[in-house]
Design a protein around this ligand. Sequence first.
Ligand code: GAR
Length: 220
Amino acid sequence: MKADQPTLPRILVLASGSGTNLQALIDASRERDFPGQIIAVGCNRPNAFALERAAQANIETFVIDHTKYGSREEFDGALMAEIRRHNPDLLVLAGFMRILTTDFVRAFRGKMLNVHPSLLPDYTGLNTHKRVLEAGDKLHGVSIHFVTEELDGGPVIAQAEVNVTPDDTPETLAEKVQEKEHILYPIVVRWFCEGRIQLGSDYVAFDGEPIGKPTRLPDN
Ligand code: GAR
């Protein structure tokens, strides 16, 4: 683990579960030229395996257990206070399964990324793999987007495609999509830390120019 490097952008990762995306980011951040530092990992579930992954990497962790709060506003208030204490430049949602309040989202506008397991704007919400199979789609994938007030609706930065094959189940699709997530998320976080991507009014700018469409990696 790199020592706290004051000049590198400070990344705070929020997760709820197994944390395989967190692991991909930890691994990427160990590369010598990685332009950011993961300064803390926060979870809303005390037993999330993501906490263990962070501890293994000597990254500070915190838990704000949503079951201990009477309302979404109170939970988000506590989460925001803890996040502010760490003064991050970037919030990375990595399987963070909580809907955030408008106030929270506005507070981190342009500084919060999310990974969603579909080719947005298709299939916002949950159970994306099952829904893709039920619809008979041949193409599925993952999107990395800026978080805005609209759930899974913020401008998309990049996507990776996954071909759906006749033998796919929700489980095999989840696996294939996650494999792509682990490649794509570190790339996008790297771009953010290098100052290459910004959130405009309702678009993404890359190197200062609005992008018409998200960058898309084809399946191979
Ligand atoms: C990821 O596959 C991510 O796409 C999904 O949760 C999983 C977390 O896995 N996120 C969403 O569904 C957000 N709506 P991980 O804990 O192993 O990184």
